[in-house]
Write a protein that binds this ligand. Structure first.
Ligand SMILES: Nc1ncnc2c1ncn2[C@@H]1O[C@H](COP(=O)(O)OP(=O)(O)O)[C@@H](O)[C@H]1O
Ligand SMILES: [Mg+2]
Length: 425
């Protein structure tokens, strides 16, 4: 069933009544009556009269209620009214966004619930002289607000858990539009930006919050939010400087540098001393370097964990730290954590640490295959470029690495800039 089929009440945000998708013109008090009946069920006439005409005596209020029923019929919703001498109700087939949102939450379908989050309950609906209705609206709005945030949080968390950070960000942004001062949401927005490799946007989200808090409350952000901002600052300060060749200037590599810069994923093959390291570091400028080392080859994620140890966990998003710390405490320990979760956390850490710069994997021929997988996943998750260097003879002897390389090799469309070994000829 589409959201518009039958009589449908949109109560979240600016309210609207539709019949089979077409908007009905229902004036303020009639809409208030509809919304109340839709959410509260059958209600005695005297309760409704006091609800909507709180400022009038009982007789006048009951007369007004009768007029209101006529108006509802004139609006085209008469067929959905169940009218008796003592009470009013709506047909059970009338649908309400808030009820459907709550039902989706109860079913454990946060995505469907989040799709219905539309804003403040009965926003901009004017109902003069109805103090009792205002009390009800206030209480319902508060509960609806919390339900919507719950739905948006849960849906965004599900997206984040699946690594769909853009969708997670979108959900958190909608939650933020409901409550711009909710710091938990601001931190989630910042985290999502960091996971997407957008630290400048994370900083902008923080600054917007800070400005609003100063204006509206004369206070600053909470310590947890300030701590996250400090991490963003550290990321914006850039990755640890890559080893820059000193002394002799680079000779005769302009064309190779230019060619390398056009590739997103490139493997530079060449014998020891031929100039691979020099080429990729010159071409990349600022870069994060993961280095393969013979001693680390047998350790799953050995090269990557070494990098994390030296780069410092404080530069990784807070939410990743428990998994990363556990991995650092006992690298390669069986049953340490779900392997997929660890791979995902390490890839996200790489995206953060790269902060928009190139990721260089040096001496691939000594790398452990898990680190290579994490680097590929990081490329998928937002690292702009991944360049690998290796000695061809040693790499040919590494069947485990070849297997990982081969898995991605055929996906020319997913890796549009995949370049076959091109350097040196
Ligand atoms: N094009 C070049 N111009 C000047 N020096 C170079 C050039 N290519 C390499 N070198 C120097 O040669 C040495 C070996 O290069 P390197 O990049 O470490 O080789 P590889 O990584 O292939 O083993 C380094 O001192 C490097 O600075
Ligand atoms: Mg080298």
């Amino acid at each position: 069933m589409t959201p518009q089929a039958g009589l449908y009440l949109k109560t979240l945000g600016v309210p609207q009544v539709t019949l089979d998708g077409a908007a009905l013109d229902v004036p303020g008090k009639s809409l208030a009556l509809l919304a109340y009946l839709a959410l509260e069920g059958q209600t005695p006439r005297e309760v409704l009269a006091d609800l909507l005409w709180t400022d009038q005596d009982e007789g006048a209020a009951r007369r007004n209620l009768r007029v209101q029923v006529h108006r509802l019929r004139a609006c085209g919703v008469g067929a959905w009214l169940e009218v008796s001498g003592s009470a009013l109700a709506l047909c059970p087939s009338v649908r309400v966004d808030l009820t459907e949102l709550r039902a989706a939450l109860a079913r454990g379908e946060p995505g469907q619930a989040a799709a219905l989050a539309g804003g403040r309950f009965l926003d901009h609906l004017g109902v003069p002289g109805a103090a009792t209705f205002e009390d009800w609206r206030e209480a319902t709005a508060q509960a609806a607000f919390e339900d919507q945030l719950r739905a948006l949080d849960a849906a965004a968390a599900a997206h984040a858990g699946a690594g769909h950070w853009a969708a997670a960000l979108e959900g958190h942004r909608r939650a933020l539009s409901l409550d711009p001062l909710r710091e938990r949401t601001v931190r989630a927005v910042m985290d999502a930006h960091l996971a997407l490799g957008q630290p400048a946007d994370a900083l902008a989200a923080y600054e917007t919050l800070e400005r609003r808090l100063r204006q509206e409350l004369g206070a600053g952000p909470l310590p947890a939010t300030a701590a996250l901002k400090a991490q963003v600052d550290a990321l914006l300060a850039g990755p640890a400087p890559s080893p820059r060749p000193a002394g002799v200037p680079l000779v005769g590599r302009e064309a190779d540098c230019a060619a390398l810069r056009t590739g997103r994923l490139t493997l530079v093959l060449g014998e020891a001393g031929v100039g691979k390291t020099r080429l990729v570091t010159e071409a990349a400028g600022d870069a994060l370097v993961v280095r393969g080392a013979a001693e680390l080859t047998p350790l799953p994620y050995g090269a990557l964990l070494d990098l994390l140890r030296s780069a410092g966990l404080h530069r990784c998003p807070e939410r990743l730290r428990p998994v990363l710390s556990a991995a650092l405490a006992a690298p390669g320990a069986p049953g340490l954590t779900d392997r997929a979760a660890l791979l995902d956390a390490l890839a996200q850490a790489l995206v953060s640490l790269c902060s928009g710069h190139t990721l260089i994997v040096e001496d691939l021929h000594w790398l452990d295959p898990s680190t290579l997988e994490a680097a590929f996943l990081a490329l998928h998750r937002g690292v702009p470029r991944l360049w690998l260097t290796a000695r061809p003879g040693e790499l040919a002897a590494r069947a485990d690495l070849q297997a990982v390389l081969a898995r991605l090799d055929p996906r020319a469309s997913r890796w549009p800039n995949w370049a076959r070994p091109r350097w040196p000829a």
